[in-house]
Write a protein that binds this ligand. Structure first.
Ligand code: NAD
Ligand code: DAU
Length: 356
């Protein structure tokens, strides 16, 4: 059967949509690839990933051998490679990025190269080859502090870390390609994801795996900073809906669950689920420029595209913690070598928080 894809006037025929997913060996990208391969057995996915410290092919062991999946190791900032791949695909979904705020504070260069310049290279090739759709995976970090009210899509961008600033650059670059060249870009700004396969230097997997090892949970400052927490599969479902919706080019969509929790609440919840003592919580020196509150309004995504989150926080956290308990080999392999050096650098002589 011939399927016809109609993405804003561009008709694409063939057995299945061909999607370039960048950064597909990371946490959210790999979850998205697993989700898409299962849901659309006739789609073809190319995963372009540099395999930085955060990229991990173990996240995609189920996809190996699937004839609809191809992995290419490479850099999104490599013009020739990107051009060769993009000429043969229908759509691009750009997850690839340096993503850790703390690393961007100590060493911002890679963030500029990948998050800004790499996105430019992808956009330029997409423009040249008349791509059907370009989804830029941005972040709610671009808004900076939400203040009293959750941020709406037209709120000012006030990024507070080199990571957030780089993502804001890429976010607006994607929009500019739509405004200037009609490259059909859509921008998503999601809140904090949690779930399986997240590199254990991000807060939730770090706290869960440290607790499993009876090590301390380093809470920055007074732990009262809040984030909106979304289960990663709910995020993947939102991107799926955006990919298949017409007439939304140039639009920005916030994605979030509306579930706001402080870091301290989450640390206590993890310890409670694991039956460990709260004494494992250690208040350490705060992150410079630390955002007090990230929260987004998601009415646009809900009302225009009919998406809503499906996983409540208790269920999502229980599932997540169960996964780390059952997949010790996955995280123990990471928590060695370079990771231990990073951990020492980051937390070794970090002072105790004075705000307690
Ligand atoms: P991650 O750090 O787990 O994965 C990033 C992936 O990108 C890795 O596989 C890495 O190898 C790859 N990569 C890095 N530089 C590359 C390059 N130059 N070329 C090709 N591949 C490269 O990140 P994540 O948490 O899965 O985030 C994915 C995307 O979602 C990012 O764009 C991030 O900004 C965005 N985002 C993340 C969250 C979150 O809570 N994790 C929330 C909102 C948005
Ligand atoms: O808001 C979306 C963003 O969420 C994404 O764009 C980023 O890629 C993703 O990493 C995440 O950024 P955060 O800075 O919110 O994530 P992180 O896990 O690093 O920190 C979450 C919160 O926990 C933050 O308030 C800082 C705090 N924290 C973090 C670590 C690593 C601690 O208190 N202790 C820690 O050891």
């Amino acid at each position: 059967m011939i399927t016809i894809y109609r993405i804003t006037g561009i008709e694409r025929t063939g057995k299945g949509m061909k999607i370039l997913v960048t950064g597909g060996a990371g946490f959210i990208g790999s979850s998205y690839i697993r989700y898409m391969l299962k849901k659309y057995p006739d789609y073809k996915i190319v995963n372009l990933d540099k395999l930085t410290y955060a990229g991990n092919l173990d996240n995609l062991s189920n996809a190996e051998g699937n004839i609809n999946y191809r992995f290419v190791r490479g850099d999104i900032a490599d013009t020739k490679l990107v051009d060769d791949i993009i000429k043969d695909v229908d759509v691009v979904i750009n997850f690839a990025a340096e993503t850790h705020v703390d690393r961007s504070i100590s060493d911002p260069a890679d963030f500029i190269m990948t998050d800004v310049y790499g996105t430019y290279v992808l956009l330029e090739a997409s423009r040249r080859h008349g791509i059907g759709r370009f989804i830029q995976i941005s972040t709610d970090e671009v808004y900076g502090d939400a203040g009293e009210e959750p941020s709406e899509e037209d709120a000012p961008l006030m990024p507070r870390s080199p990571y957030a600033a780089s993502k804001a650059g890429a976010d607006r670059l994607a929009f500019s390609f739509w405004a200037t060249y009609k490259t059909p870009a859509i921008i998503t700004r999601c809140s904090n994801n949690y779930g399986s396969n997240q590199y254990p230097e991000k807060m939730i997997p770090l706290f869960v795996t440290n607790a499993l090892e009876d090590k301390s949970l380093p809470v920055y400052g007074d732990g009262k900073n809040t984030r909106d927490w979304i289960f990663v599969e709910d995020h993947c479902r939102a991107i799926d809906i955006i990919l298949h919706s017409n007439g939304i080019e140039g639009e920005v969509f916030n994605i979030g669950s509306g579930i706001e929790k402080s870091i301290l609440e989450i640390a206590e919840m993890i310890l409670d689920i694991l039956g460990k003592n709260n004494d494992l919580i250690e208040f350490v020196e705060d992150r410079p420029g630390h955002v007090i509150r990230h929260a987004v309004k998601t009415e646009k995504l809900r009302s225009v595209l009919g998406w809503q989150p499906s996983i409540d926080f208790q269920t999502g956290m229980e599932r997540t913690i169960k996964w780390y308990k059952e997949n010790e080999e996955w995280w123990r392999k990471i928590k060695s070598g370079e990771y231990l050096e990073y951990y020492k650098r980051m937390y070794g002589d970090r002072g105790r928080s004075e705000s307690r």
